[in-house]
Design a protein around this ligand. Structure first.
Ligand SMILES: [Zn+2]
Length: 340
């Protein structure tokens, strides 16, 4: 007995355009490019230092003498920008190496700009890598006797840090501390110091996220007491994230950032719809480490998963993706096209 199949008169055959990689490529809506990427670098004192970060396979702490080669590699891969994090020689309560004109980041900026003038050098502006307590601002005794990070006492130190980075030659400064009013304070300080042309990329919606764990190993910046929930955002809040972004734009941010990226694709998409400034997303250390660990265990295809993750971040609306995968992805993108 034969069964008669009746098909609807007309239905859309989406599969027509999926018949070959060439066709799929022709109608692809979202394309990754090395030009989308910012590559984070961890710079440290010392000589000939290239220390792999255990929790972030393939990423290293680098001494200054390693930076010229790093910049050359990035140039050859078409990656236009780096984001610098520093490991100071010593930490203190006030995080003083953060704003030392001869601090590790300031020296790294000078080294990179000399070696590769065209490379966009973005500096992370915060105190947590430099403070002995590991918090992002000045710690005081609060009204209840508990230690807390004082917002307004922190602002001048952040502003001073940003100005010192601009003086060293930074192309963009990127405050990541989540103090209220820091973008306005930094903008004013930059303008007064003669750096009206230096843009600010604000970590605008930065959540208190467990995905930062591997980074804190890399930057040696874990808080020594408490956590950062008193200043970083509650990951449960999306409307507040948009208010944070709006506030940073009003204070003078030139680029706004959502961090971490993967758990916040909804916020990236909403920010893209609501605001017209360039939007960055930080594909953070934990997101990177998960892919690396699963790939090492043979659970995932590293290349396909990485490309899928970064494509999703771009599709959600990010113009700029800060990612530890930048170099490997740039290599893959310049190689033969994916067939699966
Ligand atoms: Zn910080």
């Amino acid at each position: 007995m034969t069964t008669t199949r009746t098909l609807p008169q007309a239905f859309r055959r989406f599969r027509r355009l999926r018949r070959s990689e060439a066709l799929r490529g022709l109608v692809r809506e979202t394309r990754l490019s090395p030009q989308d990427f910012v590559y984070p670098l961890f710079v440290a004192h010392g000589d000939n230092l290239r220390r792999e970060i255990e929790s972030m396979p393939g990423q290293h702490q680098l001494s200054l003498d390693q930076l010229a080669a790093e910049a050359e590699e990035l140039r050859s891969l078409g990656i236009p920008a780096v984001l610098l994090f520093g490991l100071p020689a010593a930490k203190d309560d006030a995080g003083s190496e953060a704003y030392d004109p001869d601090g590790i980041v300031q020296r790294a900026v000078r080294t990179l700009k000399q070696a590769a003038p065209d490379l966009v050098v973005i500096t992370d502006v915060c105190l947590c890598e430099y403070t002995s307590h590991g918090h992002c601002g000045v710690v005081v005794d609060g009204p209840d006797g508990q230690a807390e990070v004082d917002n307004d006492e922190t602002l001048p130190l952040l502003a001073r840090t940003a100005v010192s980075h601009a003086q060293a030659g930074a192309d963009v400064v990127a405050p990541s501390d989540m103090m209220d009013g820091r973008v306005a304070a930094i903008r004013q300080a930059l303008d007064e110091a003669g750096f009206a042309a230096t843009p600010i990329m604000a970590y605008a919606a930065k959540q208190a996220s467990a995905f930062y764990g591997p980074f804190r190993v890399a930057a040696e910046s874990a808080p020594q007491f408490g956590d950062r929930r008193g200043y970083q955002m509650d990951p449960a809040n999306a409307r507040e994230a948009l208010l944070e972004i709006e506030a940073d734009i009003e204070e003078g941010a030139d680029i706004v950032m959502v961090k971490p990226a993967l758990p916040n694709l909804d916020i990236i998409a909403r920010a893209r719809q609501e605001f017209d400034l360039p939007l960055a997303a930080y594909n953070v250390s934990g997101e990177y480490a998960m892919v690396k660990a699963a790939a090492a265990a043979g659970y995932l295809d590293e290349r396909l998963v990485t490309l899928e993750v970064l494509t999703a971040i771009k599709r959600a609306g990010a113009d700029i993706i800060i990612t530890y995968h930048a170099k490997e992805v740039a290599k893959w993108l310049s190689g033969p096209r994916l067939s699966s």
